[in-house]
Design a protein around this ligand. Structure first.
Ligand code: ZN
Length: 114
């Protein structure tokens, strides 16, 4: 998390320190990162940084795989990695291990509050 904060800080400095409102992260549900934990430590991680008082948003990317036998695409977590169609276990991972900074929303950007 600290690393992410440093990355965003570097971005802010490069871009003449825009006022950051919200940091949006994309996290795959198969990654080792626990979103709830991130949200918990975020206020600590941003203390005394440029990100102080910013908000954190997390988007979860489903852990999807494609069966190499029958080409079925399915959610790996729900089926424990076993193809629901043919019970195959030779699966190609499509998504779910991501950990990205998706977006850095600044105050000047379009008003996204709904
Ligand atoms: Zn299959």
């Amino acid at each position: 998390m600290i690393e992410v904060v440093q990355q965003v800080e570097a971005f802010a400095i490069e871009n003449d320190a825009p006022k950051i409102d919200t940091l949006v992260l994309q996290i795959g549900e198969l990654s080792s990162v626990v979103p709830e934990y991130l949200k918990k430590i975020y206020p600590m991680a941003i203390e005394h940084t440029l990100l102080e008082a910013t908000k954190l948003e997390i988007e979860i990317i489903p852990g999807n795989g494609k069966c190499k036998v029958c080409k079925q695409v399915f959610n790996l977590l729900k089926t424990n990695g076993i193809c629901p169609q043919c019970a195959g276990t030779d699966i190609e991972l499509l998504s779910g291990k991501e950990f990205f900074i998706k977006e850095i929303i600044c105050f000047d950007a379009d008003d996204k509050d709904t």
